[in-house]
Ligand binder design. Structure first.
Ligand code: 4AD
Length: 488
């Protein structure tokens, strides 16, 4: 059997050796008796050539010249060290002298758009291919280095989320996605036919992760699809996204949940910094500033918080530092956020009023200016803005034991302590006009002795979008689903 050599492994030490390489044809060019092809394999590329002469028939040169770009080929060639570096390819010190070439899979001669179109910088001059056109042929779009790298980073987010939580004794669960009622209450739920009955696509694993805690799993997490039938046509809403959810029993205070959230994100962000090759590839197309999560000494002085350093400590160490308040991200009570906003807003907000998207962005800017960070947590949200299952603050019912986490002024995660007293849950639902009859089972799950508990949910695409400073969540969704798009 033939041994294939990857493009990435071609280098001057193979000078004079015969190799077989499978790659994509990036470009071809014919000039008289010469044919050149750049062969590409993901981020690696090499120049290959053939010169008609004694051992090389003219037919080979002609054949190479007409292979459509993006075709997959097998090339048998001799590696040849070059004098001057070839700067247009990743393998700068060698080229291939083609002996044989076989087209494994031929691409269309006319492509819907070129890889250069897909890779064009957002701020580039000239005609740009519209993102919708790119998405319509996503398998082509993904071949650009930046798009490819975005999904490598996204995969790492999932990996670090799992790694951290498993290390902290969390159990991964898989809750049903076809359920009998809305999980987050209200509208925004996709309806299904289910053998003559109605069923719905889960808006989150919320109710099920709570019931899993009551099944004595106690610390659980899930990575899975989440469906939202909201007709939100924005840069940050999808109708299907990947939910990263966790739920845990708590002892004294819902800050135990926040501590885990904070340590988990700190861990993920610092780990992500190490993927410089991918980050640079993304930055080359989508300019973004590094996320600032290092807190300045002035901020520590004002808020009594610490710094997450760039050496990734063990997850236990992270948690210990946070518990000891040596390491702490900025946590700002909701009321203080309102006060901050009111320093510049003309129409002043009430303490119990919702902060809309525009004001969230503004708040992000204010906090960046004042405390120097892109990442912060706001807690004690007003009851009216939170779902029915959220625990009210024991000292003031108008507020809840809940938080949102923001990056660059946009929500990345929301979480809270949940109500574990069935009577309080019923009373709360009633005051919010939520009918709990269809989820009687959920309410009953707290009647057999219930652990006090809390948790949070994060959107995977939101993490990738905001960490990478992308202007649209669709860049971070493999095949985005939004109100306008359900193909490909
Ligand atoms: O804020 P959400 O709706 O909260 C819940 O689902 C709760 N059950 C979570 C909890 O445990 N309390 O969604 C959680 C996160 C948001 O912070 C956001 O990152 C993401 O999911 N998200 C979306 N991402 C993309 N498109 C949408 N339409 C999203 N809606 C929420």
């Amino acid at each position: 059997s033939v041994v294939f050599t990857d493009v990435a492994n071609l280098n001057a030490s193979l000078d004079g050796q015969q190799v077989t390489v499978r790659a994509r044809v990036h470009t071809t060019r014919k000039k008289g008796k010469l044919a050149f092809a750049v062969l590409r394999d993901n981020t690696d590329s090499v120049q290959a050539m053939a010169a008609a002469g004694d051992d090389t028939p003219k037919e080979l040169v002609d054949f190479i010249g007409q292979i459509p770009c993006e075709s997959i080929v097998d090339v048998v060639a001799v590696v040849s060290k070059v004098e001057a570096p070839i700067t247009s390819t990743s393998q700068t010190d060698v080229e291939l002298k083609i002996l044989k070439i076989h087209v494994v899979s031929e691409a269309l001669r006319v492509l819907p758009y070129t890889i250069e179109d897909a890779a064009r910088r957002e701020d580039a001059e000239g005609i740009k291919i519209n993102f919708d056109t790119r998405l319509a042929c996503r398998w082509m779009d993904l071949r650009s280095q930046a798009a490819n790298a975005i999904f490598k980073i996204q995969s790492r987010v999932g990996q670090y989320f799992r790694e951290f939580l498993i290390d902290q004794d969390f159990t991964e669960i898989h809750s049903p996605k076809m359920i009998s009622t809305a999980s987050e209450g209200g509208a925004g739920v996709f309806k299904l036919g289910y053998f003559g009955r109605d069923a719905y696509l889960a808006q989150s694993p919320q109710l099920y992760k709570q019931m899993a805690v009551q099944g004595d799993l106690k610390r659980v997490f899930e990575v899975g699809p989440v469906f939202r039938a909201e007709n939100s046509n924005t840069h940050r809403h999808l109708t299907e996204f990947v939910g990263l959810d966790m739920e845990m029993a708590i002892n004294e205070h819902y800050y135990e949940v926040l501590d885990v959230a904070e340590a988990l994100f700190g861990f993920m962000f610092v780990k992500l910094l190490k993927h410089t090759k991918e980050l640079e590839a993304i930055r080359a197309q989508y300019t973004f500033e590094d996320l600032v999560f290092q807190v300045t000494p002035e901020t520590i002085a004002e808020l009594g918080i610490g710094i997450i350093d760039e050496n990734v400590p063990s997850t236990d160490e992270y948690l210990a530092r946070i518990h000891n308040r040596e390491r702490r991200m900025i946590r700002i009570p909701y009321a203080k956020c309102i006060a901050l906003l009111n320093t510049i807003l003309e129409n002043k907000l009430e303490e119990t009023e919702d902060i809309n998207t525009a004001n969230e962005k503004l708040l992000g800017t204010l906090i960046k200016k004042r405390y120097g960070v892109d990442w912060f947590i706001s807690d004690r949200f007003p009851s009216a803005c939170r779902p029915f299952y959220t625990m009210p603050c024991p000292d003031d019912e108008r507020f809840t034991n809940s938080y949102d986490m923001f990056i660059r002024g946009e929500e990345i995660s929301s979480g809270a302590q949940r109500i574990h007293d069935p009577e309080l849950l019923l009373a709360r639902a009633k005051s919010l006009n939520v009918d709990l009859t269809p989820i009687k089972d959920y309410v009953d799950s707290f009647r057999l002795g219930a652990w006090p508990h809390g948790g949070f949910g994060v959107g995977l695409e939101r993490v990738a979008m905001l960490y990478l400073g992308l202007s649209n969540i669709r860049y971070a969704s493999l095949f985005p689903r939004d109100p306008q798009r359900i193909t490909p």
